[in-house]
Write a protein that binds this ligand. Structure first.
Ligand code: ADP
Ligand code: MG
Length: 554
């Protein structure tokens, strides 16, 4: 009978921890441990009290302390208060003697407050700390039981078995408390570990994905080769390079068979050297008509203890083209500078020739004057060409002043009108009021307008009308020179601004090239609209914000 009772009590005492083990399966339940354990302990406490087996007096053999201590420590102050009330009510219903009332007083006035002071420390402690606090709690709460046992032994009959049961109950209680705490802590740790593992593995997956994305969006070709020489991974750029093969057509194939398809021996050699132990091989390689800077690096797989290779390639085709272009420009610029200094030197002897021709002209008979006139005219033309060429070729810094374009244009009008009159053409001026001032180099702007106007006049017959317009636009001023001439066919439109491009027998082809460089020096834009047979419009837009600086012209 006693042993059955002890077994029943043990089962009841193990109820909270058993319930917790069954229930604590998901990480989100960790937060609800206090509530669950208080509930399970409450049930166990009541069951323990109901199944009493009076050994001597009513207070001795009972495991009710176990759920009370476990529930109070894990349940926190609110849980502990609830269990204390439960404990007190059920105990008050049971006590009968004044002695047991006195013991109950001792329990609730001294021992329970002590237990309460341990709760916070318990919650903050690690597993060993919790076991220690649990054991101390057990020792403190056993004091009234020990007192009651001694009291009972003195009043009644207390043989060997009496003390035996008391020792069994004491040791059993301590063991069950320690076992419960240890088991619960282990399963809490397990759940926490599970959460951590999930976090770590999801982070790891995220990192791997990010790395793959990074490798894919990288402008470099990247191909990974394992110790057996098989391609294990490659990025988007590599796929582009190896098209029309897709990922599945290349993955897990040996690198030599893939490279064979494209016949690249140099790359093959580099990879083979690295696979045989070289640290790094870099090379400039021509592959499928493009130029690549390639680096093959050794890559060690610590787990498999083998050496693979990573092939990284940078497409340098455009870069190389740019470099070639710059080289060409440099050579051209050198030639240009030489030409500029030579033409400059030609001007001096020409000036001397011109002076002497004039002298000869004055001293020769009248019938020769027309010849001298032609010589002088041609000399002036040559001089003009040299001037245009020099202003195009020289890199120089132009000085700018704040001026209004309409004033510059008005200064020029007599010259342009005289030219038009000679050709029998009309000039139309449309100047908006209040043209905004700009930073201008007046000499250059005059040359620009003159060149555009002259081109327009040269493109028209004697009934043509040349219209020059000036107006304010949003961030500057716009100049339009429109003629009703022959127009420009589309294929010539692209070459218009090239130096020496001309369709005229006497033309130099430098006029528009000069216009372009002047407009660029003023940070403006020049556009052409033209229809063959109807006419051409040159539109120059000056930006008032950009034109402020003193700049080196091209
Ligand atoms: P040039 O006037 O000495 O020929 P330009 O650089 O001023 O050199 O002009 C280059 C060429 O552009 C001209 O030969 C001509 O064919 C064409 N062109 C320029 N302006 C006009 C225009 N307003 N109408 C038709 N063609 C033009
Ligand atoms: Mg011209």
């Amino acid at each position: 009978m006693v042993w059955q009772y002890i077994l029943l009590q043990t089962l009841i005492a193990l109820l909270p921890i058993g319930a917790m083990l069954l229930w604590l399966t998901k990480p989100e339940r960790l937060r609800h441990i206090p509530v669950a354990i208080v509930a399970a302990s409450g049930v166990s406490l009541l069951l323990g009290m109901l199944s009493r087996y009076p050994l001597h007096s009513e207070s001795i053999i009972n495991f009710r302390l176990i759920p009370y201590i476990i529930g109070s420590l894990y349940g926190g102050i609110p849980g502990a208060s609830l269990l204390t009330v439960l404990y007190m009510v059920s105990r008050l219903l049971q006590v009968s003697t004044t002695f047991s009332i006195a013991l109950l007083g001792l329990f609730f006035l001294l021992i329970v407050p002590y237990l309460f002071t341990r709760i916070q420390r318990f919650q903050a402690a690690d597993r060993a700390g919790r076991l220690r606090i649990g054991f101390c709690g057990f020792l403190a709460t056993s004091i009234p039981f020990v007192v009651a046992a001694i009291h009972d032994a003195n009043t009644g009959d207390s043989g060997f078995w009496y003390w035996m049961y008391i020792v069994i109950f004491g040791l059993g209680s301590a063991a069950i408390i320690l076992f419960s705490i240890q088991t619960l802590e282990l399963s809490i740790d397990r759940i926490k570990l599970q959460v951590e593992l999930q976090e770590v593995s999801s982070n790891y997956r995220k990192e791997v994905k990010r790395l793959q994305e990074f490798i894919d969006i990288s402008p470099l070709v990247a191909i990974f080769i394992d110790g057996q020489g098989r391609i294990t991974q490659l990025n988007e750029m590599a796929l582009k390079l190896l098209s029309p093969y897709d990922r599945s057509g290349v993955l897990h194939r040996p690198y030599w068979s893939v490279l064979n398809m494209f016949g690249s021996e140099t790359l093959f050699d580099s990879i083979t050297k690295v696979m045989k132990g070289a640290e790094r091989e870099s090379e400039v390689v021509r592959f499928r008509n493009r130029l690549f800077y390639t680096a093959v690096c050794a890559w060690r797989d610590e787990a498999k203890q083998e050496t693979g290779a990573v092939l990284i390639a940078h497409d340098m085709t455009e870069l190389q083209q740019l470099k070639d272009e710059v080289d060409k420009m440099e050579r051209l610029s050198l030639v240009g500078q030489m030409a500029a200094s030579i033409t400059h030197e030609i001007r001096n002897p020409m000036a001397v020739i011109r002076g002497f021709i004039q002298l000869l002209n004055e001293r020769s008979p009248n019938e020769h004057h027309s010849y001298f006139h032609i010589i002088l005219q041609e000399l002036d033309r040559a001089n003009n060409i040299i001037n245009d060429f020099l202003s195009l070729a020289q890199n120089r810094i132009v000085e700018k002043n704040t001026r209004k374009l309409n004033e510059v244009l008005e200064d020029l009008m007599p010259l342009i009108s005289a030219d038009a009159n000679m050709r029998g053409q009309m000039i139309e001026l449309r100047i908006e009021e209040d043209i905004q001032p700009l930073e201008l180099n007046v000499k250059e702007i005059k040359q620009l307008i003159l060149n555009l106007a002259r081109n327009g006049m040269e493109a028209m017959t004697d009934k043509g009308i040349l219209r020059i317009e000036l107006k304010n636009i949003e961030d500057g001023v716009q100049l339009k020179v429109r003629d009703t001439g022959i127009g420009i066919p589309p294929e010539k439109l692209e070459r218009l601004f090239e130096p020496f491009f001309t369709t005229k027998t006497n033309g130099t082809g430098l006029g528009l090239a000069l216009c372009l460089s002047i407009v660029e020096r003023h940070h403006g834009k020049i556009q052409v609209e033209s229809k063959t047979g109807e006419g051409t419009t040159f539109i120059v837009s000056f930006n008032k914000y950009k034109a402020g600086q003193l700049t080196a012209g091209a």
